[in-house]
Design a protein around this ligand. Structure first.
Ligand SMILES: [Zn+2]
Length: 252
């Protein structure tokens, strides 16, 4: 059994038997792992953290060669993002980021860029800035770093230039130029402003994003396009998004 120490963001925490937790982490060194924290529920001082969902910890775990479920021997809290839990919008946005990473990333595949992206966005959510369109910025960056890479800067079929009458193909994962539109009959029209916004979001960092604004029609189309792309390629119902919908409905 090998022993490892790494920084880890809690993606999911479930009760496991009477006294333990079953945890999913995204770690700096090993990517997504699942591990058991034995006795963590019974003795709160056994670990230096209670593994709250939306927390950043340092963990030591035993890697079990015949099982994907590792055993945590030590853990310390680094950050618990207190402010996120005080605002329902920030909390549900953070929950969605964690759920998306958990659903899309394979086990045991190191991806330092995705780890840093998730950490940076949780820190941003923990601050005071507006979070309008933050989910779309995260989606654009995450899809690129995790290998899904929807093609928005050129035609996904012939790599040619995309022009005014391009359509987006969810099946092929990108824009189709007018010559290639027939390759997917279900491809949908997309506004030029939406394509420009996605290409812009790919380049900006969180500091530049603070002053970024989109008009409503583009913002709505962008949200829908990314949502449908993720539904098509990842194919999971996100509990956090159902929750966001319910909260929005309650306020209308
Ligand atoms: Zn083409």
């Amino acid at each position: 059994m090998a022993i490892h120490k790494t920084e880890a963001i809690v993606l999911d925490r479930k009760d496991y038997r009477e006294t333990s937790y079953l945890l999913s982490f995204f770690t700096a060194e090993f990517g997504k792992i699942s591990a058991q924290a034995k006795g963590a529920k019974r003795k709160i001082d056994k670990f230096g953290t209670s593994f709250l969902p939306i927390s950043f910890n340092e963990i030591v775990f035993y890697e079990r060669s015949r099982s994907d479920l590792h055993i945590i021997s030590q853990a310390d809290l680094i950050e618990n993002f207190d402010n996120i839990g005080k605002c329902i919008d920030r909390f549900s946005c953070a929950a969605y980021f964690l759920e998306l990473v958990n659903a899309a990333m394979p086990y045991d595949e190191r991806n330092k860029e995705v780890f840093q992206l998730l950490l940076d966005f949780l820190r941003f959510l923990n601050g005071e800035h507006s979070i309008t369109n933050l989910a779309q910025l995260f989606e654009v960056k995450f899809l690129k770093l995790s290998g899904f890479k929807p093609s928005f800067d050129c035609c996904v079929s012939c790599s040619g230039q995309v022009e005014d009458k391009s359509k987006f193909s969810f099946v092929l994962g990108g824009l189709l130029c007018p010559k290639c539109i027939s390759k997917d009959k279900s491809a949908r029209n997309v506004m030029n402003g939406t394509i420009a916004s996605i290409n812009h979001l790919e380049k900006v960092d969180l500091r530049q994003f603070v002053n970024f604004r989109m008009i409503d029609s583009i913002s709505k189309e962008l949200e829908q396009l990314l949502r449908n792309f993720i539904d098509f390629h990842i194919g999971q119902q996100f509990k956090s998004l159902e929750f966001i919908k319910k909260v929005r409905f309650a306020y209308v």
